[in-house]
Design a protein around this ligand. Structure first.
Ligand code: ZN
Length: 374
């Protein structure tokens, strides 16, 4: 990962580069910053820059043998330690047992990883993960070997606040007096949870939230729609991961809207061919997706009823939805609205219990046709 691939944070990059130019790279540094600020990406880019054999001014070259291996996260002198937990088939977990998933997630997120995504990647959503004593022993063992290829051996400890307290003393000595040309880059989101003896041994690199401008630019170059990006950035608070979450939620919301609008049109016109196609599509969806769709339909029906009661100012919808709601609401009235709502409620109940979506959506389509065309 080159500095150029890290979103924003130009001041931090400049300071890091300067430490290399001035030959005053501190052997233990703590990259402290909130979720989605790019602290892990910065640590990796810094390590790649230090070990690049053909530095291009303020960035690594991305092409020398060291950079090539760094960019695949497979350099033999680049080591990662992160929280783990017991899973099926791994009774005594260590970081290296999960390196495949770790590298995958680095690629998938452009090195912007948070704990929930990591837990879900290794399938431990409901457990607490820690950096355990086995990993601390591994750190010491690794550092006693000579570095293979590069000048610096780099140990990146991600979420150092998850270090198991009783295991911490094991690495204090090596943090204080590391072997020559060894670099500890600690990454953390919460300074208060880091053990004091660790904290006092590392130089602090404080990383702030991303600047909205840089965040927008990065998301647009990721291929997201500028209009959607602007909405997301406005509420993401300089958090790249939060912005991506907001964008993907609005994707789901839009899918639900388009799908619901087309479904209601086909129901009203009783276009059997299109209804059969709709049912077939729905049967391919995940249960969660269909549940979210039915909840959306229920919400939309209630908004229509509000319009019918002349409470249009209570309706909270996008401009696209409003356009459709204005045409659709006259068909939802006090006669059929409770029937529709009850039917949708029942459908959600059945979907949760694994009802056959083919049968369920065809049944709904026929009932709605009857009620809406009356
Ligand atoms: Zn290079």
């Amino acid at each position: 990962m080159r500095f150029a691939d890290v979103i924003g944070q130009e001041d931090v990059k400049k300071r890091l580069v300067q430490t290399v130019k001035d030959s005053r790279v501190s052997h233990a540094q703590l990259f402290l910053g909130p979720e989605g600020s790019g602290k892990l990406a910065l640590a990796i880019a810094y390590a790649q820059y230090i070990n690049c054999t053909n530095k291009q001014g303020d960035d690594s070259c991305g092409e020398c043998p060291s950079c090539v291996k760094y960019q695949k996260f497979i350099h033999p002198d680049l080591h990662f330690i992160y929280p783990t937990a017991k899973i099926k088939n791994i009774e005594k977990p260590m970081s290296k047992d999960f390196i495949k998933q770790w590298r995958e997630l680095l690629f998938e997120t452009n090195s912007n990883i948070n704990l929930p995504d990591w837990y879900s990647k290794i399938g431990i959503e409901r457990k607490q993960a820690i950096i355990n004593a086995r990993d601390c022993n591994e750190i010491i063992k690794t550092l006693t070997y000579k570095s293979y290829e590069s000048e610096y051996k780099v140990m990146i400890i991600w979420m150092v606040e998850k270090l198991f307290h009783a295991a911490a003393p094991k690495i204090l000595k090596v943090l204080e007096e590391p072997p020559d040309k060894t670099l500890f880059l600690l990454v953390s989101e919460n300074q208060d949870l880091i053990i004091n003896t660790i904290l006092s041994r590392a130089q602090l690199i404080k990383i702030g939230r991303l600047d909205d401008n840089n965040l927008s630019k990065a998301l647009i170059s990721d291929g997201y729609e500028p209009a959607v990006v602007n909405d997301a950035v406005r509420i993401a608070g300089g958090n790249y991961l939060a912005a991506v979450r907001l964008i993907s939620q609005s994707d789901d919301e839009r899918y639900n809207f388009i799908n619901f609008r087309d479904w209601m049109r086909n129901v009203y016109q009783f276009d059997v061919e299109k209804l059969i196609k709709f049912v077939a599509e729905m049967s391919k969806n995940s249960r969660e997706k269909n549940k979210s769709f039915l909840n959306y339909a229920l919400r939309f029906t209630r908004e229509c009823l509000l319009m019918n009661y002349g409470s249009g100012d209570l309706v909270r919808v996008s401009s696209e939805e409003l356009e459709f709601i204005n045409k659709f609401y006259p068909f939802v009235n006090e006669r059929n609205s409770s029937l529709i709502a009850e039917e949708l409620d029942r459908a959600i109940y059945h979907i949760e219990r694994n009802a056959n979506p083919n049968v369920l959506f065809m049944d709904l389509s026929l009932k709605f046709t009857k009620w809406l065309r009356k």
